[in-house]
Structures are given as C-alpha cells and as structure tokens.
Write a protein that binds this ligand. Structure first.
Ligand code: NAD
Length: 451
C-alpha cells in the first residue's frame, strides 16, 4: 500500500514547513476542532447510538463533553506549556543559563478502539495538535458508524497533510504500522499493543500504549455500602461494561457481601428498570463475536441476578455472578461486558497478595472509610490509576494523567500529560563566553590533585 507511505510523506513535508509549530496555528486548529464537533453533535450522537446503542446523555457525558472540556482546558494553558522553561544551572557552569524547549515530534499515528470510539480518537488528537504535530488517525472498524463520522468531520474540515482519518481493518493497520512515524499512540488490547510495539521498534518510534486488563474493585467492611453499590453499578454497567476502566470484578469483605449484592441489584433496577432491555439507557454489545465470548462466561459460578441474553439484539442484561473461583474462565481475561463476578475475602492482606500476583491493572477501586486501609492499598498495589470510594471518574479530569503500568500500558495523557506525551523536551545549556575554566580540557596530568 504505497498510498499510506505517500500520506505520511505529505504530512512530513507539511510538518517541515513549520506551520504546526506556530502556537496561534495550534490554537486556531483546536478552536476549529471544537467548532466542527459542535456543528456535528447530532450526527456523532446518532453514530454512537447506531454502533453501541449509547444513550445520548451517556454519549454526551463520556464522549463529546469530555472532549470539549479537554479542548477548553488545553487552549487555556497552551501558551504557558509551550514557553521554553528556564531551569537552574550547576555552579561549575557559572554565568551560563539552562532552558528546556518543548518541540513537536512530527507526524504521529493514533490508533483507537471501538468502545469509546469518538473520545479515544479525539482526546489523543487534542494532545497531538497542542504539541504541534501532524496526525494520522485510524479508528476501529468495529464502530463503523462513528468511524465514518470521524472521517467526515476531520477529512472535510482539515487539510489531509495536517490531520487525516484513514478507515479500515487489520490490513490498513498493518500497512500503516510499516511506515516510519515520529510517535505512535495506541489504545486497545494487550494483544494488539504487543504487535504495535514490535512494529514501532523497527523504526525506534516512541509509543504510548493505553491498554486494558482486569481492574479490581475492592469493598471493605468499613465502606458506605449503599453508596458503594450505587457507584459500582454505574461504573460497571456504563456502556454495558465495555469500558477499559470498568470495575472488572468485585472483591468484597465477607461480612458485607450479601448487603452489597442486594444494593447493587436495587440500583440495577433503579437505573435500568426490571427489564433493562426496554431501558433507553442500556447499551448493547458491539458485535456477535464479543457477544458469544461474553455468553460463554456465564457458564461458571452462580448467577444471582440477570444472565438474560438475546443474540439477535446483542443484548446481555446486567449480571451478577457469585461463588466465583479464581480459576474460572471469567477471572482469566478482561471481561469487557456487563458481567460482575463477586469474590469474598476475610483479610485485606490476602486481597493485596492476590491482586499483586496478577498483571498490574489499569484501574483499581477501593471503597472504605478507613484511612489506614486506604493508605495500605495505595502504597502496596501498583496500578495505572483509580478512585477511592468511586469508580471510573478519575478518567474525566484534565488534571490527572491517565495511563496504565506494566501490562495495562505505558505513558499517560489528558491535560498537560497529553501535551507532554506529544512533545519532545529539548534541553539546552547556553554557555557564557565571558571566561573559560581550563580544568576540563586535556592533558589531565596533575589535574586530579586540583579537583
Ligand atoms: P483491539 O486491540 O482489538 O483494537 C484496537 C485498534 O487496533 C483498532 O483500531 C483495531 O483496528 C486495531 N487492530 C486490531 N488488530 C490489529 C493488528 N493485528 N495490528 C494492528 N492494529 C490492529 O482493541 P478493541 O477490541 O478495539 O478495544 C478493546 C480493548 O481496548 C480492551 O482491552 C480495552 O481495555 C482496551 N482499551 C483501553 C483503553 C485505555 O485507555 N487504556 C481505552 C479503551 C479500550
């Protein structure tokens, strides 16, 4: 596919003109992006409804609104971030000055998944534009309606040598990954993350990997049970569980397990009614492949609520599964659907050991009013990020860098972290010519004594 090489070349030529380095250009493009999103809001909401049956409120809150907020935040801070920063200089460089210059990488590739198909393309794009880069965007072929609308709003409103959307499946990905980019930003599964990293290594291209994994949700006996249940129910069944930071499984203290499950059931009914299939607020599974994968996970354990399936409608009801064993299929890979396995524990140390025996999670949620235990969990378990007494909401802050660690990814973004991700920091020491100390120059003979 020589076509892709040509597009990358075109963007490289455009980048070399230096236009994207101009701060006013970056600001203008971010404002333009905001304008075209606002103009196409209805079409975006429709595409998200068609792809995932996303309710408009949820789609606005988790896809469009979050992107618009991020654009505003970046515009407000961009001037400050792009200024060269003066830093201290060691005494032996007396009369010299030191600066750190932010500079763009060049042409970046953004590959996105299907679960938040709008937001996960545009949030990194905001960082790429803010950093002064050109970008090629590859949305997921699974969320084809959103992919189409992204292609329309970007390709009709921006010059393709600056930013462009390329639609397609794995052949397109493969061909794109053969090109030499200056940065690759990938969001998706651990499996494909490894493919991307391998491809990037051939050109020594720096990367960010925003991956997934099993994010535990720990509920301590000193938690506010009712509120915990409400926030867990929201976070787990948002987008029908197809959220990278969804609480994957529950680890609940045995003394409160029954009460917690009872309350989660109460909130499922309150949020989605007795028959969630009829709720306008309950999304569907993205496609048959994922539906079948999820249906198989219903075979182990005891379904205490839900478990209804309808393949034609890609409907899987909010489901709670008790009596789970760590060896069950559902505990092996990220669930990425509306199934909530429940495991009970007696002692927090036991939980910490268990979680630490698994790959480092993208998110972790801990519900407790006990500060000592909170401290212990934060200090003793490595994970990407998370919440105390809530789920998911840490993602929606431009002040908090978002990213994984270990198997859940590398690098982070959102707010200033996005700017940093798409920026190389060039360190410069400006030497004074007023005088020169001879000590460092050869011959070194006898100089050791002078040190
Ligand atoms: P995926 O890895 O299957 O696909 C992601 C992207 O990679 C898509 O654009 C797809 O077209 C592309 N792709 C697929 N196969 C490829 C290949 N062989 N070579 C190159 N590119 C390829 O992931 P998905 O199913 O779209 O998304 C679900 C996964 O993404 C979950 O694991 C979830 O946790 C993760 N995720 C992570 C975050 C995060 O921010 N960390 C956010 C959302 C989703």
């Amino acid at each position: 596919m020589g076509k892709h090489r040509e597009i990358v070349e075109k963007q490289k030529n455009f980048f070399e003109k230096g236009i994207t380095k101009n701060i006013s250009f970056r600001m203008e493009m971010l404002k333009h992006l905001k304008k075209v999103i606002l103009e196409n809001e209805k079409l975006i909401l429709k595409a998200l409804k068609d792809d995932l049956n996303k309710p408009p409120f949820e789609a606005y809150a988790t896809e469009i609104g979050i992107v618009l907020d991020e654009i505003d935040y970046v515009i407000k801070n961009l001037k400050n971030w792009t200024k060269p920063k003066k830093v201290k200089t060691p005494i032996f460089h007396f009369l010299s000055k030191s600066f750190i210059y932010p500079e763009p990488y060049g042409v970046v590739l953004i590959i996105a998944p299907w679960n938040y198909p709008f937001q996960l393309v545009l949030s990194p794009l905001i960082g790429a534009i803010a950093g002064g880069n050109c970008a090629i965007i590859k949305p997921s072929e699974y969320s084809s309606n959103t992919s189409k609308i992204l292609s329309k709003i970007i390709n009709e409103n921006f010059k393709s040598d600056f930013i462009t959307v390329i639609e397609g499946g794995s052949e397109v990905n493969k061909s794109l990954l053969e090109q030499k980019f200056d940065y690759i930003f990938f969001t998706g599964s651990v499996r494909v993350g490894k493919i991307v990293m391998e491809a990037a290594s051939k050109h020594l291209t720096p990367i960010t990997l925003e991956l997934g994994g099993k994010s535990p949700c720990i509920v301590d006996e000193e938690a506010n049970i009712d509120l915990a249940a409400k926030r867990i129910t929201w976070g787990k069944f948002l987008n029908a569980g197809q959220t990278c930071v969804a609480p994957d499984y529950l680890l609940v203290h045995k003394n409160i397990k029954e009460g917690l499950i009872k309350n989660i059931i109460k909130y499922i009914k309150e949020f989605y009614g007795d028959d969630p299939r009829k709720s306008p607020d309950y999304p569907r599974i993205i496609n048959k492949k994922h539906f079948i994968r999820l249906s198989k996970l219903l075979e182990d354990g005891e379904i205490v609520y839900g478990g209804e399936v309808d393949e034609d409608d890609l409907y899987l009801s909010p489901t709670i599964i008790d009596n789970i064993d760590w060896n069950f299929e559902i505990m092996k890979d990220e669930i990425f659907g509306p199934l909530l396995p429940v495991l009970e524990y007696k002692d927090l140390d036991e939980v910490i050991n268990k979680v630490n025996g698994k790959p480092k999670p993208l998110a972790l949620y801990f519900f407790s009013n006990n500060k000592e235990k909170e401290k212990k969990v934060l200090e003793d378990i490595p994970f990407g990020g998370g919440c105390i007494n809530d789920t998911i909401v840490h993602v929606a802050s431009s002040y908090l860098p978002f990213g994984g660690v270990g198997n859940s990814g590398m690098g982070s973004y959102h707010g200033k972290a996005s700017f940093d991700t798409f920026t190389h920091y060039k360190s410069i020491l400006k030497k004074s010519n007023m005088f020169d100390i001879n000590l460092r120059y050869p011959p070194y003979r006898n100089k050791i004594k002078a040190l």
